[in-house]
Design a protein around this ligand. Structure first.
Ligand SMILES: [Zn+2]
Length: 389
C-alpha cells in the first residue's frame, strides 16, 4: 500500500532590527484588517493568493457556523496571525538555509531574516529531491508552501514547512504471507507513568521474545499541578492554565522521546510492524475520572507520534483490541487474580494460579499484544482460504 508520510519543519525567524519585524507585522495586520472589513471582504480576498483565499474563506465560514449554532449575531472576524506564502515569497538566500528573504503581499518590500531551525538537513534533502513531473514514480520528498505565523504568546515569528514523503507500507496480506519465513514486530504497552516495548519474532503462530525495554517518566507532576489547580479554582475562581500548559509541553517531549526510543529499537531489529492497543472504545468519552482522562491524553499523544514516525520509516502500525491484555495469562489464558495487598511490588508482578506462570505485568501485556496480533494474522489467513474455496 502506498501512502504519504508527513513531517513538520518549524524554524524561528530572527530579524536584524526591530524595524523589519514591525514592517512585517504591519503588513500582516493590514491584510488581516482588510479581510475583516465585511463590505470589502470579497474584493480584498480576490487580491490574495489563491491558497490563502480558500483558507480565509474556510475559516470565515467555519466561524459563521459556530456563531449560528450559538445564536450570536455579528460578523465573523479573522483573527489568526497566519499567512501562507508562495515558495517564491520566501526564498533562502544561502545554501545552508541560514537566511530567508520574505516578500510580503506588497511587492518590492523584501525583508531578510535569520532562519533558526533544527531540522535544516531534512529541508535541504527535500528541496534537493529531484522533481520529475509526469513520471509515474513520484519524487521522494516534497515541500509544501511555507506558512508565516506570528505566535502571540512568545512574540516570535515562525516559518513552517510541511514535508511529505511517499512510502510503501506493508498490508495485512503481505504480513500474513511473510509469516511463513518469520519476521520481527515491536509490541507497545502504554501506561500512565511508563512505556514498555518488546521485540517479538513471529513464525507460523509462535512468538519468541528477543528484547524488552522501558521508558519511564515522573507522574508526580500531574498530581502536583492538579492540587495547584484545585487551589486556584477555590481561591481565585480560575484554573491554573499556565501550569497545565507547561505540563502539556513536557508531556509532549516525553511522548516524543518514548516514540523515538521505540523507533530506534524497531530499526535495530529490522521490525516490520508496530503493534499497539486501541483504547478509544475502552474508556467512555464523558468519563469524569481524571486519571482516565490523563491516561487517554497520554496514550493518544504517544500513539499519534508513534504512527507518524512508523509511517515515515515505512513500517505498518497496527492497532489491536485492548481487552484483557494485562489481566490474562499469556500461557494458559486464565484470568490473573488481583493482588491482595496494595504495595507496588505486588501489583507489578503477576502470578497465574492455574499454571504458576509469573512475570512483570507490563511484560505480560506486551506478550498478550503480540499474541493478539499473531492471532489476527492467522484469522486473516483462514478467512482468505475460506473465501478461495
Ligand atoms: Zn496461566
Amino acid at each position: 500500500m502506498r501512502a504519504y508520510a508527513y513531517k513538520v519543519v518549524r524554524g524561528e525567524l530572527r530579524f536584524e532590527n526591530t524595524e523589519d519585524e514591525e514592517k512585517i507585522l504591519r503588513l500582516m495586520e493590514r491584510w488581516r484588517k482588510a479581510i475583516n472589513i465585511s463590505e470589502h471582504r470579497d474584493w480584498h480576498l480576490s487580491a490574495l493568493p489563491k491558497s490563502l483565499q480558500t483558507k480565509a474563506n474556510e475559516f470565515i465560514e467555519q466561524q459563521r457556523k459556530i456563531m449560528e449554532a450559538k445564536r450570536i449575531r455579528c460578523e465573523p472576524v479573522l483573527h489568526q496571525w497566519m499567512m501562507q506564502l508562495y515558495p517564491e515569497n520566501a526564498r533562502f538566500t544561502d545554501k545552508d538555509f541560514g537566511h530567508v528573504a520574505l516578500t510580503t503581499l506588497t511587492p518590492y518590500e523584501t525583508v531578510v531574516a535569520e532562519f533558526c531551525c533544527r531540522r535544516c538537513t531534512l529541508l535541504k534533502e527535500a528541496s534537493d529531491s529531484p522533481i520529475r513531473e509526469g513520471c509515474k514514480r513520484r519524487h521522494v520528498l516534497e515541500t509544501s508552501h511555507p506558512k508565516l505565523v506570528y505566535d502571540e504568546s512568545d512574540k516570535k515569528f515562525y516559518l513552517i514547512y510541511v514535508i511529505r514523503k511517499l512510502v510503501s507500507l506493508p498490508t495485512l496480506d503481505e504480513l500474513e504471507a511473510a509469516l511463513n519465513h518469520g519476521f520481527n514486530i515491536v509490541s507497545v504497552d502504554i501506561n500512565l507513568d511508563d512505556l514498555t516495548y518488546a521485540v517479538f519474532h513471529l513464525n507460523n503462530g509462535e512468538e519468541k521474545r528477543l528484547h524488552i525495554g522501558r521508558c519511564r517518566w515522573n507522574v508526580g507532576e500531574w498530581i502536583r499541578v492538579r492540587r495547584i489547580d484545585a487551589f486556584a479554582k477555590k481561591r481565585h475562581g480560575m484554573s491554573a492554565s499556565r501550569h497545565w500548559r507547561r505540563l502539556k509541553r513536557r508531556g509532549t517531549g516525553k511522548a516524543a522521546e518514548g516514540a523515538n526510543q521505540i523507533m530506534e529499537t524497531a530499526k535495530k531489529f529490522n521490525a516490520k510492524a508496530i503493534i499497539y492497543e486501541k483504547l478509544s472504545n475502552r474508556f467512555p468519552k464523558g468519563s469524569k475520572n481524571h486519571n482516565y482522562k490523563i491516561h487517554c491524553w497520554y496514550h493518544g499523544r504517544i500513539v499519534r507520534y508513534l504512527v507518524n514516525k512508523a509511517r515515515w520509516e515505512g513500517l505498518a502500525a497496527v492497532p489491536v483490541s485492548a481487552w484483557g491484555t494485562s489481566s490474562r495469562c499469556p500461557r494458559c489464558n486464565a484470568k490473573l487474580p488481583n493482588p491482595k495487598t496494595n504495595s507496588h511490588r505486588d501489583w507489578q508482578t503477576r502470578r497465574c494460579e492455574r499454571c504458576r506462570f509469573t512475570d512483570d505485568r507490563d511484560h505480560i501485556a506486551c506478550t498478550n499484544i503480540a499474541r493478539k496480533f499473531n492471532r489476527k494474522l492467522l484469522k486473516h489467513r483462514l478467512r482468505n482460504i475460506l473465501q478461495i474455496t
